[in-house]
Design a protein around this ligand. Structure first.
Ligand code: URA
Length: 199
């Protein structure tokens, strides 16, 4: 089965398993992920917003445009990455995802990573970072690559070694020039990490 077909099967399983039925009922549709399933880098945001909910794709609204701009600063495009969120349905009024909602989607996020087998996982915002690095504070570790072994749910013997790069969420930097420069500086770490891994 192709990687895309396996990802489609994960989307179907989320619906069949009735994950977070309240969010599913208020959302327009499931937003699993988008981009290149063969990419070496996976970006993980928090949850879909209004535009993502309507279009069924992550990061297509204002934050998404800004993210594309940031990718451009390191010579990358959306086709070079795979992008997803922790929570796959839009929370009402764009509220923060609740702990039980993040927990409910974690096994499916792990399955996505198991299929894609990325070398680098870029987390956007603290919710996403804390899924993998629960004890760290984003203000202290943003832009610092961390090598971790992720245990994959389908086989506890099976681990995926990845570099996690925690970044601020683009929405936080959108209207704040200082944060914007921080995000540009942190994005510049991505090609450095990629080059190091390829050696
Ligand atoms: N913010 C996110 O975290 N994810 C999206 O898909 C859009 C905005």
């Amino acid at each position: 089965m192709s990687k895309q077909a396996q990802l489609d099967a994960i989307a179907k399983k989320i619906v069949d398993d009735k994950v977070t039925p309240e969010l599913a009922a208020s959302a327009t549709q499931l937003v699993l992920g988008d981009g290149n399933p063969d990419a070496d880098v996976v970006f993980i945001g928090e949850a879909p917003g209004k535009n993502e909910d309507l279009q069924g794709k992550p990061f297509v609204g204002v934050s998404g445009k800004f993210l594309n701009e940031m990718l451009g600063t390191i010579g990358m495009e959306r086709k070079d990455i795979y992008i997803t969120n922790i929570v796959k349905y839009r929370p009402p009024d764009n509220r923060d995802p609740k702990p039980d909602e993040k927990k409910a989607f974690l096994p499916y996020l792990q399955s996505q990573l198991e299929v894609i087998q990325p070398k680098v996982v870029v987390t956007l915002g603290r919710h996403s970072m804390n899924c993998f690095l629960p004890d760290l504070q984003i203000s202290k570790v943003h832009g610092e690559p961390k090598r971790v072994k992720l245990s994959l749910k389908n086989n506890s013997q099976d681990v995926l070694e990845v570099v996690i790069l925690p970044l601020y969420h683009p929405a936080a930097a959108l209207y704040n020039p200082l944060q914007r420069q921080t995000l540009i500086d942190d994005f510049a770490v991505i090609p450095l990490v990629m080059n190091k891994i390829k050696k």
